[in-house]
Design a protein around this ligand. Structure first.
Ligand SMILES: Cc1cc2nc3c(=O)[nH]c(=O)nc-3n(C[C@H](O)[C@H](O)[C@H](O)COP(=O)(O)OP(=O)(O)OC[C@H]3O[C@@H](n4cnc5c(N)ncnc54)[C@H](O)[C@@H]3O)c2cc1C
Length: 187
């Protein structure tokens, strides 16, 4: 234990997607002592690190709060299961690892409703700064950030057939759901 073990410049509660990003950014300069508190355990469960392993952790109480919603009046008062990560990495440790942002119009709508600083022009530089897009940098993508964004490595025949079937109904192919348009079908 060091002399100032109990002194921190910042205390971040919850080591989920947001908490880890905040604690990481605050501590990267080395100037601040940051304490990151997490209710769950370390992220050693192997299914956290295997793509689509989230189906295993979807109902695993060791890494999941497993909330249940209040009765929903619009669903005939049914309650809905609400998985949420209780582990280092939070819900990003038990999620589907799909990287898909909102559309520009979504963020501009926030700004128009009074959320200054959250329009598309405001948030895009931060999306790019966070990203390490394997396709390279572009107007809408960044490289060199901590968040690796990769193509789906295999186009399985069944997935290909689904995409082709969608195209046959007239839905356009979209090679990038974070590109200029989100509409379409793709991998
Ligand atoms: C099944 C599922 C699949 C998903 N798939 C995707 C996907 O493919 N792509 C995508 O972009 N998004 C996906 N999401 C959504 C995304 O994962 C979440 O929106 C995001 O992780 C939420 O981040 P957060 O920082 O707000 O909260 P969380 O990541 O949930 O972090 C909150 C953290 O706080 C901790 N905590 C809570 N209370 C306390 C306390 N009192 N003291 C200490 N720690 C505490 C929790 O344990 C948790 O670690 C998915 C979500 C789910 C449930």
């Amino acid at each position: 234990m060091t002399e100032d073990a109990d002194n921190y410049d910042y205390i971040v509660t919850g080591a989920g997607s947001a908490g880890c990003a905040v604690a990481g950014r605050l501590s990267e300069s080395g100037r601040f002592r940051v304490l990151l508190l997490e209710a769950g355990p370390r992220d050693t469960n192997p299914w956290i690190h295997i793509p689509l392993g989230y189906t295993k952790n979807y109902t695993n109480p060791k890494v999941n709060w497993m909330f249940e919603s209040e009765p929903e009046p619009n669903l005939n008062n049914r309650t809905l299961y609400q998985p949420r990560g209780k582990v280092l990495g939070g819900t990003s440790s038990i999620n589907g690892t799909v990287y898909m942002r909102g559309t520009a119009a979504d963020y501009d709508d926030w700004r128009q409703r009074g959320c200054e600083g959250w329009g598309w022009d405001n948030v895009l530089p931060f999306f790019k700064k966070a990203q390490n897009q394997e396709r390279g940098a572009s107007e809408l993508h960044g490289t060199g950030g901590p968040l690796h964004v990769t193509n789906v490595p295999h186009e399985w025949p069944l997935a290909k057939a689904c995409v082709e079937a969608a195209m046959q109904t007239g839905i356009p192919y979209n090679p990038d759901f974070n590109g200029p348009k989100q509409e379409g079908t793709g991998f």
